[in-house]
Write a protein that binds this ligand. Structure first.
Ligand SMILES: Cc1cc2nc3c(=O)[nH]c(=O)nc-3n(C[C@H](O)[C@H](O)[C@H](O)COP(=O)(O)O)c2cc1C
Length: 195
């Protein structure tokens, strides 16, 4: 059983990193056999999509960077876990580059009809996010639309979100229970993974 966790924050030890690590603690506790790849977006080279549409003519993406390896990790993953702070109501630009490059998954599958990933495989997707501002109607309203399309493109069931607002006023370590809740949420996620 495999998992792919991507930290989309440029802060390798910020709030999203802390939440993601505790979610992984919960996951590992409930499913010790889970082999999890932990990627930090800041360490990766992912060019933005060029909209060249070579992916309509040829399997994969012509840009030769870390995304090539990520396509195969997405293919093999039973669980895809993304974490990102809210930037202008959506994910960070770095994570958005990864998401946009998944246009190749969509075009390979629906236009070329040669899917790059196994479209029959059961995958569960989940999303962690923090917003700097106090909770409002808009805090996480727009980002879920982006994640919804990403998970659809990766033939993954969008299972759940873990959202924490007001993080610029009270960091994750100052908000009581959040990290414990993150660990419990990780255990709940693990229960969704079939043996
Ligand atoms: C470029 C930029 C844009 C941001 N846009 C928003 C926003 O639209 N809404 C919001 O609530 N917070 C916004 N923030 C605050 C971040 O969401 C907050 O600092 C972040 O969740 C902290 O996560 P981290 O510690 O994992 O980096 C923004 C911060 C930056 C740097």
């Amino acid at each position: 059983m495999k998992g792919l966790a991507v930290l989309g924050s440029p802060h390798n030890n910020g709030n999203n990193a802390k939440i993601l690590k505790r979610v992984i603690t919960g996951l590992k506790e409930a499913k010790p056999e889970l082999e999890l790849d932990y990627l930090q977006i800041k360490d990766l080279k992912i060019e933005p999509c060029l909209a060249c549409y070579n992916c309509k003519k040829k399997q994969g993406c012509i840009i030769d960077d870390d995304m090539i390896d990520i396509y195969s990790k997405l293919d093999q993953a039973d669980l895809i876990l993304l974490a990102s702070p809210i930037y202008f109501n959506t994910v960070t630009a770095q994570l958005k580059a990864l998401i946009d490059r998944c246009q190749a998954l969509w075009a390979n599958k629906f236009i070329l009809q040669k899917p790059l990933i196994d479209t029959e495989k059961k995958r569960i997707g989940a999303f962690i996010s923090t917003a700097g501002e106090p909770l409002s109607e808009d805090s996480f309203k727009y980002v879920v639309g982006t994640l919804d399309l990403f998970f659809k493109g990766a033939d993954t069931e969008y299972y759940d979100n873990f959202f924490v607002p007001n993080i610029d006023n009270k960091s994750v370590t100052e908000q009581s229970n959040v990290l414990q809740e993150a660990e419990d949420w990780g255990k709940k996620l693990a229960e969704q993974l079939s043996d």
